[in-house]
Design a protein around this ligand. Structure first.
Ligand SMILES: *Cc1c(COP(=O)(O)O)cnc(C)c1O
Length: 236
C-alpha cells in the first residue's frame, strides 16, 4: 500500500477504537481517559507503527521477541512505550528486560526474578502484570487463580520490577455475558489481592480486552486494552 493510504487506514482504525473505548467507558460511568490503549503491532510492519505514532499512539504491544527487537531497532527515533505481551522463555528475559517498559505476561516467579536481575540499573523498574489463567484452560499460559496472591507478594518485592496489576486472555466467546463474567473474575481477583495486603502499593492495572471483547472488559474495569486487528486490520 502507498504511504498515504496506510496512514489514512491507521488513523481511521485508531479513531474507531478510540470511539469504542469512549462509548464503553461512558456506558460504565467511567472516564474514557481511565482506559489506556496498547496497540498490538505483532505481525504488522514498522511502517504501520510509525503511522500510528504520527496519529498520536504511544503504547505498542508485541508477542514475539525477535520480531519486536527488529521493530524497536527500526523505530529508535520515536519515543515509543513498548509492552511485551507474549509467552516468556527464560532465555529471552534479558532482551525483554533491556528493551521493554512493560511486561504483561509474567506467570511464574523464576521469570520475574530473572527480569528483575537483568533490568539495567539506569532504567526505571520494569512495569509488570501477572498473567492469570482466568478461565482455567489447561492449554493456556498464566498463573493459576489460586496462586496469584502469593505470586503477587513475591514479585512485588523484586527491586527491578514494579508490579502494576493483572492480565488475562479469557477463553474466546462471542457471548457478552460470558466475556464479562471472565473479566469480572479478574477484577475480583485484583481486589482480593489488594485486600489481602502484603503489597507496597495496591495493584492499579487490569490489562484485559482485545479487538472482539474490549467493551465487556471496560464494563468490568479494564485500565489497559490490548488491540491489534481493530486498529491495523486483519493479520495475514
Ligand atoms: C494478539 C494479542 C492481542 C490483540 O489481539 P487482537 O485480536 O488483534 O486485538 C492482545 N493480547 C495478546 C496477548 C495477544 O497475543
Amino acid at each position: 500500500m502507498e504511504a498515504q493510504t496506510i496512514m489514512v487506514a491507521v488513523v481511521a482504525g485508531l479513531q474507531g477504537v478510540a470511539d469504542r473505548i469512549g462509548i464503553a467507558a461512558r456506558a460504565a460511568q467511567r472516564d474514557p481517559g481511565s482506559v489506556g490503549l496498547v496497540a498490538v503491532s505483532k505481525t504488522f510492519p514498522a511502517s504501520l507503527i510509525r503511522a500510528a505514532f504520527d496519529a498520536g499512539q504511544r503504547d505498542f504491544g508485541e508477542n514475539y521477541l525477535q520480531e519486536a527487537l527488529a521493530k524497536i531497532e527500526a523505530l529508535t527515533d520515536l519515543p515509543l512505550i513498548w509492552h511485551f505481551i507474549g509467552p516468556i522463555q527464560s532465555n529471552k528475559t534479558r532482551a525483554i528486560a533491556e528493551n521493554f517498559a512493560w511486561v504483561h505476561s509474567v506467570d511464574r516467579l523464576r521469570i520475574a526474578e530473572r527480569l528483575s536481575d537483568q533490568r539495567p540499573p539506569h532504567l526505571p523498574p520494569l512495569a509488570v502484570c501477572l498473567q492469570v489463567n482466568i478461565s482455567g484452560e489447561p492449554s493456556k499460559s498464566g498463573a493459576a487463580v489460586a496462586d496469584a496472591a502469593a505470586l503477587a507478594v513475591a514479585v512485588a518485592a523484586l527491586p527491578g520490577l514494579r508490579l502494576r496489576g493483572l492480565m488475562a486472555m479469557p477463553a474466546a466467546t462471542a457471548d457478552p455475558n460470558l466475556q464479562r463474567a471472565a473479566f469480572r473474575r479478574l477484577r475480583e481477583l485484583r481486589d482480593a489481592v489488594n485486600a489481602a495486603g502484603g503489597l507496597p502499593t495496591p495493584l492499579d492495572t487490569l490489562s484485559m480486552g482485545m479487538s472482539d471483547d474490549l467493551e465487556s472488559a471496560i464494563a468490568e474495569g479494564a485500565t489497559l486494552v490490548r488491540v491489534g486487528r481493530g486498529i491495523f486490520g486483519a493479520r495475514g
